[in-house]
Design a protein. Structure first.
Length: 337
């Protein structure tokens, strides 16, 4: 005869074995941040030995909350977004929340579909990056639905966000290149229509160049946010007014640009300087190490999640602007006279 499965342990039985109240056991699984760490560890050990698992479906039906948040990012192929996910997921887990993740490929149409899909899954709130926060139908839909959300990397006067000051960061990098003697600088980006972050960085760079009396910033547009186009580089580097430094809008793009420059017979930084934006760990492993603007992606994810959880629990939306810094590597050097 087939053996019958053993009955599930109840929360009352776990409480009895742990010597605490059922309410404390409930808090241990639903609000672990408010339970004393020793008590929390003791309850979880008892529950594990007993094979107890909380019934999250039943709890969701009773409370009207799934204790799940949605996270929508452009891609995970760029480590900056993977670090953001780790920061947000860790902060959510500390508060007893799960995270559902999806990527949009920088496509506004996919953004909208992803938001609707997560809303259909009854998430309690959303963390997301959009192509253009100022003209986003997706954000309008979230506002209309009353869904709590926080942007990451986008900056906005109308929507809550967690980000660095992209314009100020670009100003700092152009100032650094100017201090090295560079007067002809080009910004390399992917499609500007899919990244308001890149547009803000370009705006800051141009404002800084004008203020410092440099040549007007050139813009070299690539077909991808993380891939280089050797023909576009070759065209931009022709003539006596060719840039002596390239400021790329992210670190993956910077490494792709460096590879193409080497293939074109140029040396970095002897012939031309290159810098990036993000501060990814792999940049320090390049030879020479990458000069870049570092932003705290893990911290951006944590800050956004903290803000979102506060909204879910009735607090007003807030924005967080985190600090950036210039990482001086070896790919940007004094200009050759």
């Amino acid at each position: 005869m087939a053996s019958r499965a053993s009955p599930r342990f109840s929360i009352i039985e776990v409480a009895r074995k742990a010597g605490v109240s059922p309410a404390t056991v409930s808090r241990a699984f639903n609000q672990p941040e408010i339970v004393h760490p020793d008590t929390l560890a003791h309850i979880r050990a008892i529950a594990k030995r007993a094979g107890f698992r909380p019934n999250r479906v039943g709890r969701s039906l009773r409370s009207g909350s799934t204790r799940t948040i949605g996270l929508i990012l452009p891609t995970l192929s760029n480590p900056v977004f993977a670090e953001c996910f780790e920061g947000a997921e860790r902060r959510a887990r500390e508060s007893g929340y799960s995270v559902m993740l999806t990527a949009t490929g920088y496509d506004p149409a996919v953004e909208s579909a992803a938001v609707q899909g997560l809303i259909d899954h009854q998430v309690d709130g959303l963390i997301l990056t959009v192509a253009d926060a100022a003209r986003s139908a997706t954000l309008d839909d979230l506002d209309s639905a009353g869904m709590p959300y926080v942007l990451v990397y986008n900056e906005s006067t109308d929507h809550p966000y967690a980000s660095v000051d992209n314009r100020a960061a670009a100003i700092d990098m152009v100032s650094h290149l100017a201090a090295l003697g560079h007067r002809r600088i080009a910004i390399v980006t992917g499609p500007l229509t899919a990244s308001d972050r890149a547009r803000r960085r370009l705006s800051g760079a141009r404002a800084c160049a004008k203020k410092l009396g440099l040549e007007p910033i050139q813009h070299i547009a690539m077909g991808s946010h993380t891939g280089s186009d050797a023909d576009a580089l070759k065209s931009a580097l022709r003539g006596k007014q060719a840039p002596t430094a390239l400021f790329c809008s992210n670190d993956l793009l910077a490494t792709a640009v460096i590879a193409d420059l080497v293939a074109l017979g140029l040396s970095v930084p002897s012939d031309i300087s290159v810098c990036g934006f993000d501060g990814m760990r792999f940049g320090a492993l390049l030879t020479p190490p990458l000069t870049t603007v570092a932003q705290p992606s893990d911290g951006i994810g944590q800050a956004a999640c903290s803000n979102l959880l506060a909204q879910i629990h009735g607090q007003p939306p807030q924005s967080n602007r985190l600090p950036h810094c210039i990482v001086v590597g070896g790919t940007a050097a004094p200009v050759r006279r």
